[in-house]
Design a protein around this ligand. Sequence first.
Ligand code: C5P
Length: 220
Amino acid sequence: MIVAIDGPAGAGKSTIAHRVAEELDFQLIDTGAIYRTVAYRALEDGKDLDSPEEVATLAASLHLDFERNDDGENVLYCDGEPMGNEIRTPHVTRASSQISSIPAVRQALLGIQRELGKRESSVLEGRDIGTVVFPDAEAKIFLTASREVRAHRRLDQMKERGMDGDLDEVLAEIVDRDRRDMERDIAPLKKADDAVEIDTSELEIEDVVQRILEVVEEKK
Ligand code: C5P
């Protein structure tokens, strides 16, 4: 079974998808981590981010896999190396948004996302899971929240990871990323027609989790 959870940055996807996967005992695939890893490696290897060929060739050459660690978390490995906070810096965040609009990069990452998702029942979180990666997913959720709420959440998340941040800057970055994600020609961020939309602005995490579990139960 595939549970697709899409939505913009800061809508609560990571925390909620994590809890849903835990409740269902499904594997969690964070597809944003895949785009972030390509961006991180492109920066590390000195690739020209404005060159679609260079970045797409790199994306196709990487060996990406998820493995469960002792805490039951699905960690992304790139060429045998576990990916951690190095893919969560503001620099990598901006670069991931940039490289994710390259069609050949998305194409290179499509197969791997499908392969990983088909290995076992999965919760996949991203931007285009319900529309492109798994259009036949049994359960599709589209999470939203106001920009202000999302900016506050991002800031809290950065602080938890020991990073500094400024609310106005985070808000500007979110607005910019939303625009890029929604306006790109290929696989733009949008709600699938058959997705259930949940505005998380005023809701507690556990309420959202329960609502998603109900949707999953109905589709089982
Ligand atoms: O979800 P997260 O913020 O980690 O994603 C990082 C970037 O990767 C996003 O800004 C988005 O541009 C891109 N992305 C994407 N499609 C996905 C997941 C993430 O384009 N399925």
